[in-house]
Ligand binder design. Sequence first.
Ligand SMILES: *Cc1c(COP(=O)(O)O)cnc(C)c1O
Length: 467
Amino acid sequence: MRYYDRLIFELSKKGRTGYSLQAPQVKAECTIPSGLLRAEAPALPEVSEVDVVRHYTNLSQMNFGVDTGFYPLGSCTMKYNPKINEEMANLAGFQGIHPLQDASTVKGVKEVYDVLDSYLATITGMKHFTFKPCAGAHGELTGLMIMRSYHMSRGDMARTKVIVPDSAHGTNPASASVCGLEIVVVKSNANGLVDVEDLKPLLGPDIAGIMMTNPNTCGLFEKDIKEIADLVHECGGLLYYDGANMNPLLGAVRPGEMGFDIMHLNLHKTFSTPHGGGGPGSGPVGVCEKLVPFLGQNVSGFNGNFGVIVRALAYVLMLGKQNLRLAGRLATLNANYIKESLRDAYKLPIGSVCKHEFVFDGLIDDGSATGKPGATTLDVAKRLLDFGYHAPTIYFPLLFHQALMIEPTETESKETLDAFIDVMHTIAAEAAQDPEILHAAPHCAPITRPDETTAARNPILKYQDEA
Ligand SMILES: *Cc1c(COP(=O)(O)O)cnc(C)c1O
């Protein structure tokens, strides 16, 4: 058994301590009502300082992050987070504030919100942003509440449906449903774009609006967006833009000019804050001029995750106009470079130029000619772990059966991309020769193939004391 295979409770030895505290200098009187006091001390592990340090350091090294390796997770923009962002978010004047502090004592904080608001408005073509939403999905809900409030303020109560493309990120229909709106699905055509002919008959007086991602989750630019915007506006609906991954458009196109009325950005994707594991995010919502009066939706107690907002501002200031545009172009170039380099080994259902991400539909030769079961996208993803890469997004979008969705991001060098391409070719060759190598992968990870459904539905997150 490796040292770090044990839980910290299993390292416990009675009487061992990792601290030494001075005896209290003042006599404290206990005012906690006796009914609320524990009868017995909690069962905490008794370990030395070095045990604790090694335990948590080893655990951290079993994890994977952009600081340890390439993380091409499609639709998630896992890009490098410049360390200066952390320094800025850690400034004493930002760290020590309290949300209930008097506004006159936090003028600098107010300025951070105002300056970032004006930059995001310039970048997106919206009029103003609210920073309350704490995630992309939270932004979607906020945006849809704005959409609904707008229709209701005009006495237009019949608009209870929202159109969502079949390629949409799962949070889109989920947010619409939480907002109490009925979902109408519009189909994608063979090129992976919203089918305008399928859209037309769906439009009418019951439509509150449409939610779109552009470039969409296949990484493709919805080139009919102007026509779609006109059609939706003509029917009295509004256009919602899911700007979670706006990287490729930075400095090139503004959602406001494409005809969108409401949008969210994921600061924790497009504007570099680290994310994953559900940890603090920010999904500011921007609106066009006529919707500014509806911006005050009360979706969180305070003004969102301030640390994430500071990081986004630091990032925008550090890059400046020229380099933000360059980031957009590099995101696009990197994705197309990988796509073109691997199309000889992986099925490419949509071959056109992509934006920041693209989708393969499994292996061209999955090895089933060997008489063994063919290697699937899951097998490729698991095998990548053996080579030290985080797997791309798999089985999303739902348009394809063996989707493998790759987003390299703009922060990776050509050398990193080439190394990944080599590994993807190696894996494809292994699959063709002996798919069993892939079925049994990962061979080098601490855990191989957990029962993922049970792990997700019934996770055991707490130490169960056998005594
Ligand atoms: C990540 C993502 C979201 C949801 O963002 P969260 O912060 O995870 O709630 C929504 N739409 C798209 C396209 C995304 O990539």
